[in-house]
Design a protein around this ligand. Structure first.
Ligand code: ADP
Ligand code: ASP
Ligand code: MG
Length: 408
């Protein structure tokens, strides 16, 4: 049995006309002899509305109940689409996360998939040509509904493809593939034919929301080739796969940005062993992820520690830092909620120098101040004032001539 996993995002399931286009993609796969596992998201805006609703019903909504509520968006999509398929004579049925089951841990709102029972899916595919599975959701061992974090349907799809040994996974969205930068922000962005898992991981974690980061982690771990394509065109899209010789030649493959950043500076803390641990332990204990970190040079035994967190965590981070400063000493806690991170990404950076210099010079030319820098083997990120995000993305895109197919 050849199984293909096809995932369709929020804009693709927004109304009946679009769902008919989705049906067209599914029919094409059936015509090629596949059995199809279709993973659907909630229609766009639905998850936000449900989230908003939960905050109006309770000051501190119960997280398990929030997940139960959020999962209904996907439930509506799969039921409606299954009806549409059956109406056109296709043998199909819908399946919720717990019906498979897709077992996750109990971190409600950002649960991790622990296992998927592929045998149930195989059995259902004996009787049906298409299984329409709710994305974004799973169930704990003891039967509570969980969700996988925003954009989590991508992860449902790739995890199902891995569990089913499906040869490929197609992620259908509202753009033709993965671009050199967000095509909705930069008109000269160019679609990439191929991108490595590593580059895609960096792009996703740096804010390119075309694929959820965990979906790329899964794809890399289980070596699932992922095709990112548009529901609304026949473009072959972008293949996200292992690095090959051809890809290695590319110096810079893309520019990503992330506006979900806030900066905190803890000023005048003692510069002695154990201080970093004292500052960061309470953040991790409270589930706050720290992104960039800078410690300034020590002056007379004291130092400043600057780091970034997601904006939703800013208030809590400030409160925790004030408590620490009161305990270990320090002159105060400063913050800036209006910062953004722009990143230059490319596997070719491993073997080349000068990429950072070129990026810094380009930003300087536009008078954009760099507040923090972080690097990895294949990425350079700069923290800047949020209001310059679009300008910075376009400037870097131009500087590395990413609009040209042979820019490497
Ligand atoms: P879906 O609802 O189908 O999951 P998303 O909105 O989550 O779609 O992701 C698609 C969006 O990702 C695009 O509309 C685009 O604005 C954005 N995006 C950001 N960076 C990139 C990139 N490098 N390539 C393609 N799309 C990108
Ligand atoms: N509906 C969920 C969200 O909006 C999951 C997804 O679309 O992938 O985040
Ligand atoms: Mg998405």
């Amino acid at each position: 049995m050849r199984i293909l996993v096809q995932k369709f995002g929020g804009t693709s399931v927004a109304d009946i006309d679009r769902l008919k286009m989705v049906r067209g993609k599914v029919k094409a796969a059936l015509d090629q002899g596949y059995k199809v596992v279709v993973v659907l998201s909630a229609k766009s805006g639905k998850t936000n509305k449900l989230l908003d609703l939960s905050t109006r019903w309770a000051a501190e909504p119960d997280l398990a109940e929030v997940d139960s509520l959020l999962s209904t968006g996907e439930q509506a999509s799969i039921a409606l689409f299954s009806m549409l398929l059956k109406d056109s004579g296709i043998k199909a049925r819908s399946m919720l996360g717990w019906q498979i089951p897709i077992i996750t841990n109990d971190e409600f709102g950002r649960a991790r998939i622990l296992s998927i029972d592929a045998s149930r899916i195989h059995k259902e595919l004996e009787a049906h040509d298409v299984l329409v599975v709710a994305g974004f959701q799973g169930s704990t061992e003891d039967g509570r509904i969980t969700t996988l974090g925003r954009g989590g349907s991508d992860t449902s799809a790739v995890a199902l493809a891995a569990a089913l040994d499906s040869c490929e996974c197609e992620i259908y969205t509202d753009v033709d593939g993965v671009y050199t930068t967000d095509p909705n922000l930069c008109s000269t962005a160019r679609k990439l034919d191929r991108v490595t898992y590593e580059e895609m991981l960096e792009m996703a974690s740096m804010g390119a929301k075309v694929l959820q980061i965990r979906s790329v982690e899964f794809a890399k771990k289980y070596n699932v080739p992922v095709h990112v394509r548009s529901t609304f065109s026949d473009d072959p899209g972008t293949l996200v796969a292992q690095e090959d010789a051809m890809m290695e030649a590319v110096l810079v493959s893309g520019i990503a940005y992330d506006k979900d950043q806030a900066r905190v500076t803890v000023c005048g803390v003692p510069d002695r062993p154990g201080v970093s641990a004292a500052l960061f332990a309470p953040l991790s204990e409270n589930g706050i992820m720290v992104d960039m970190i800078i410690q300034t040079a020590s002056r007379e035994g004291v130092t400043d520690m600057t780091f970034t967190v997601s904006r939703k965590d800013l208030e809590k981070a400030i409160q925790l830092m004030k408590e620490i400063v009161a305990r270990i000493g320090g002159t105060g806690v400063e913050h800036d909620p209006y910062v953004a991170k722009v990143s230059v990404i490319g596997v070719g950076m491993r073997n080349h120098t000068g990429v950072a210099t070129k990026a810094f010079a380009a930003l300087q030319q536009e008078n954009i101040n760099i507040q923090m820098i972080s690097t990895s083997e294949i990425k350079i990120s700069c923290l800047i004032d949020e209001k310059y995000t679009e300008l910075a993305v376009r400037t870097l895109h131009d500087a590395f001539e990413l609009h040209k197919p042979d820019h490497a």
